[in-house]
Structure formats: C-alpha cells, structure tokens
Ligand binder design. Structure first.
Ligand SMILES: Cc1cc2nc3c(=O)[nH]c(=O)nc-3n(C[C@H](O)[C@H](O)[C@H](O)COP(=O)(O)OP(=O)(O)OC[C@H]3O[C@@H](n4cnc5c(N)ncnc54)[C@H](O)[C@@H]3O)c2cc1C
Length: 312
C-alpha cells in the first residue's frame, strides 16, 4: 500500500522495543520510516485519507509502548528529516549589519524534526551561540523536544524556539510562531491538535564560548553522576507536581530501589524508573501504579506520568 516508500522503510508487526529507550513493549501493526519530507507527507496523506490510526514517533525517549502493542501505524521521524541550517538575522535587535554594531548578534537555526536535539544544541553551542546548553544531554529529537516542551536545569524549548512548521491531518502546512504553541511545563499545542511537527526554528544570541563550554561541562557532570544513564529508561517518569519534586516524594516514601519484575526505581535517582534487565512494559506500569498509590496515601500528591504511555 505505501509501496512508494520501499520495503526497507515499512515494517509490519514491528517490535517497538528497539524504537523506545525503555527497550520494552509490544509490536506496532506497521512502522513507516520516511526517508525525506516528501515521503513523510506522502505517508501521512495516505494514512489520513484512509482514516487509519497512526502516531508519530521521534527518538522514542519519552514513550512506553504497552506489551499489547499499538494497533496502528507508527510513523518514525528520524534521519530522513534531520537537516540543520543557519542564518544570521539582519532584522534582529542586535543587527550585526547596523551602523556601529558589533557582536553579539542573533542566529536562527532551523532543524528538521528528526534531527537529534542534543546534536543541534551542540552544533550551535560550539559555534558560540548560547541558550541551548540545557538541551545537550536530552536524548530526544527536535520534533519530540518541541512536542514535550523539553527542558532541564532551568532552560526549556519555549525560551529559544521562534517558530515551527507542521502539517495538520488535512495536509495543510502550518507555520506557528512560538506564541501560538501554548508552551508550558511539558505541554504544547501539538498534544491537542494532531499536527506533525516538520521543522523547528530557534533564535539564539551570540555568547561567550568559555562560558558556554563551562555550562555544558557542568550540566553533563550533573547528568552523568546523578542519573542512571547506563540503564534503559525514559528519563524522569513523572511530571514535577506543583510545589514538590517527584523523585524526592518517591525517595521519602521509601520506594528507592523498589523492583517489580525487571523494572526498578533507580537507586541513583528515584525519579527515574529503569529497565534493570528484562523488564516488560507491564512491569514498568505495575511499578508506576505502586508508586502513585503509595505517594498518594502518604502525601496526598497525585503523580502524573510525563512519559507517554501508548497502547493502554
Ligand atoms: C536518559 C534520559 C534523560 C532525559 N532527560 C530529559 C530532560 O532533561 N528534560 C526533558 O524534558 N526530557 C528528558 N528526557 C525525555 C525525552 O528525552 C524528552 O521528552 C524528548 O523531548 C522526547 O523526544 P523524542 O524525540 O524522543 O520523543 P518521542 O519519545 O519519540 O515522542 C514523545 C511524544 O512526542 C510526540 N512526537 C515526537 N515527534 C513528533 C513530531 N515530529 N511531531 C509531532 N509529535 C511528535 C510523540 O507522538 C510522543 O507523544 C530524557 C529521557 C531519557 C531517556
């Protein structure tokens, strides 16, 4: 049916464990991997015209596929849509071409939704532009990062995204300015409107290279010492509840290290649920339920998953 894509880009009954950073979960009825923007638009148009059930997947670092799997098509946006381009902004308030102007000035980086967010952030940081240092350790795609309004250590996508291109379910290409994205803590308009993000533009000021490098080194050190990066996970499993930290509540409730099957509350960072070896998605979900009930009983706080649970 989607023959124009080529057989190697369409997999029927595809195991999603290989496509999710949790390394567990069931199968998708179909996985499509468009190799270009044209192919992506063709795939989406075909699925929409058939009224088919589908979802878009980026780097799979914030999803948990249930063991039952997903009875629809997963459209994986990756290397086929990963171009990154740069332009300086003559109209910016710090116009490098204005009379008497000197550095600093702004740059616009436009990245395909399938580009790795950390890669894009490192590119622009090493060219001397500041703002995306927080993103150099986030293992998602640019599209997934915007969808989630990813953030860390005081920075978030909201602060540096200027606009994005997306396609709606009728095939219309839409350009949204950041004000039209309803970005807030782990929320974007794309969670409600069913649009597929195609590319994202960031605007960043010129900074001081030594400060940028020092910040990246500091944040990398924090991540590598405080997060269980050697185990499969989806990062912080729960959203930060108002006035609390999920990891602290879980730790204070005595749940650090709690294990269900192969799933475990990380000993290093109680906000992370990890696949400690051979976990099923059911193990992770069962562990999630125990944590939610215990924290609710002890502290009256409802923990909401940040991870997108698919197929439940
Ligand atoms: C070790 C580790 C550390 C992490 N640290 C952080 C952190 O510091 N801060 C943070 O915010 N997150 C963190 N995360 C979570 C995750 O990396 C981010 O949420 C990331 O932005 C998800 O991007 P992704 O491409 O992997 O999205 P996916 O997991 O592939 O998808 C997540 C959601 O986005 C949707 N989506 C993806 N691409 C598109 C698109 N092009 N168009 C429309 N919808 C799309 C999917 O349908 C899904 O609902 C971490 C995860 C891990 C494993």
């Amino acid at each position: 049916m989607l023959g124009r894509l080529g057989e190697d880009r369409l997999i029927e009954n595809c195991s999603m464990a290989a496509y999710s950073s949790f390394r567990c979960g069931g199968n998708a009825a179909l996985l499509a991997e468009p190799g270009s923007l044209e192919q992506l638009l063709f795939v989406l148009e075909t699925l929409n015209s058939r009224g088919a059930e589908y979802m878009v997947l980026g780097n799979g670092s914030n999803v948990l596929f249930s063991d039952k799997g997903y009875d629809g098509a997963v459209v994986h946006i990756g290397a086929g849509l990963a171009d990154i381009s740069f332009e300086t902004l003559p109209g910016s308030p710090l116009d490098p071409f204005a009379e008497g102007a000197q550095l600093p000035y702004f740059i616009r980086m436009t990245a395909g939704a399938g580009a790795k967010l950390a890669h894009a952030a490192k590119l622009v940081s090493s060219a001397g532009y500041t703002g995306l240092e927080f993103a150099t350790g986030i293992p998602g795609s640019v599209g997934g990062g915007l969808f989630m309004n990813a953030g860390a250590y005081g920075g978030e996508m909201k602060d540096f995204v200027s606009s994005a291109r997306s396609v709606d379910r009728n095939g219309n290409i839409i350009v949204r300015d950041v004000e039209e994205m309803d970005l807030s803590y782990r929320h974007s308009v794309y969670m409600e409107n069913g649009e597929t993000i195609l590319s994202v533009s960031f605007e960043l000021p010129f900074g001081k290279q030594d400060e940028i490098d020092a910040k990246i080194a500091e944040l990398t050190e924090k991540r590598t010492t405080k997060q269980p990066l050697s185990y499969p996970s989806a990062g912080s499993f729960f959203k930060r509840p108002e006035g609390h930290f999920a990891g602290k509540l879980i730790e204070d409730a005595g749940l650090k290290g709690l294990t269900v099957g192969g799933a475990q509350v990380s000993e290093l960072h109680a906000g992370f649920l990890i696949n400690a070896g051979g976990a099923t998605a059911t193990d992770v979900l069962d562990l999630m339920h125990v944590i939610r009930e215990t924290v609710m009983d002890k502290y009256g706080v409802l923990l909401e998953p940040e991870v997108r649970i698919i197929g439940e």
